[in-house]
Design a protein around this ligand. Structure first.
Ligand code: DX5
Ligand code: ZN
Length: 219
């Protein structure tokens, strides 16, 4: 069994001290940087864009996991590869030709992820699961950090794990939204591989030990 991963969400960082926060993650037990890109159309919020990501990747020494909450993400696949993304996740709800989009992400040299809104059922991935490197199960409605974890996520993760096993896929399961030490163990038990954590890490008094403790808890 591969080890379980922690991906702090930079959305919750202090943007006036971004380099400091990135170096904190570099020096911590975290595994990836989770980067939330929002366009104000697919979700009711705008986060940050290309120039900020360029500066993040300049300092980050761990894989860059980009979560696109934007309409028509195909337009920017090559741009994100050029900016240093290692994993590029698009929303199921934002893609008319998801299979084509996934191939385009892989052809650009990145791992391909698909995010599901809380209302989107796992069964919709049946015919494409073997083409997906990572499924990001949204455990809050996308758009904002600091929201309350949706309890139905546990059943969804279990259903996704069953699908991955049945189809003999190598897909990783990522959980995004409201993750804390309270739900982490149960998520891993249901089959999660990667936990995204924004406010829980960055609003903590000691983010480095918070990451360390979370990592120990799920290992
Ligand atoms: C929400 C984003 C999440 C968010 C998680 O739209 O996709 O990655 O930053 O933040 P927390 O952990 O605070 O819920
Ligand atoms: Zn995210």
């Amino acid at each position: 069994m591969s080890s379980k991963l922690i991906a702090p969400s930079v959305l919750a960082a202090d943007f006036a001290n971004l380099q400091r926060d990135i170096e904190m993650i570099n020096a911590s037990d975290a595994d990836w940087f989770h980067i939330d890109i929002m366009d104000g159309v697919f979700v009711p919020n705008i986060s940050f864009g290309m120039p900020v990501l360029r500066d993040i990747t300049k300092h980050a020494s761990k894989p860059i996991d980009v979560h696109l909450m934007i309409v028509d993400p195909d337009r920017y696949i090559q741009t994100f590869e050029d900016l240093g993304a290692n994993i590029l996740t698009v929303h199921y709800e934002a893609c008319t030709h998801l299979h084509r989009t996934l191939q385009a992400i892989k052809n650009a040299g990145m791992k391909a992820g698909v995010a599901l809104n809380p209302h989107t059922p796992i069964t919709l991935l049946e015919d494409v699961i073997r083409d997906i490197d990572l499924v990001c199960v949204m455990s809050v409605n996308p758009g904002f950090g600091g929201q309350k974890f949706i309890e139905n996520t546990y059943d969804k993760v279990a259903a996704l794990k069953t699908l991955i096993t049945k189809k003999e896929a190598a897909t990783l399961i990522e959980i995004d939204g409201g993750v804390t030490s309270k739900n982490a163990s149960q998520l891993i038990e249901k089959g999660a591989d990667v936990l995204v954590a924004g406010s829980y890490v960055f609003k903590a008094e000691d983010p480095v030990s918070t990451i360390k403790n979370l990592k120990t808890q799920i290992s």
